[in-house]
Design a protein around this ligand. Sequence first.
Ligand SMILES: [Zn+2]
Length: 115
Amino acid sequence: MEQDIVGYHLDVEQHWVADLACGHKQHVRHDPPMVERPWVLTEAGRASRLGTRLNCKRCDEVGQAVAEAVRAACYRAAQEAFEAGGMAGPCGAGLDAIRALPLAEVMRAALQIRP
Ligand SMILES: [Zn+2]
């Protein structure tokens, strides 16, 4: 999930780390030829990248876990409601619909700071 860079700090090994709007951190090393980020070496370069976005893998992991937990809770609640209603069994179509919820869309809606 893409998140804005809101600041920077140095880690204990003096490598630059971007502070993201979501609260997570991400290294922004300049390590050619593997990683080319010459902008990180100067204060002006870092300042020029404030507000640009990085893909935050931690948000993706957290978002996926939250979405799966919400879907499981909805499924359990629906199953209990159908059983409490005296039906012979859970409504298959309703439970299938909960299982098929598009989790990526739920994640984006829940966690995206801006589209
Ligand atoms: Zn994040």
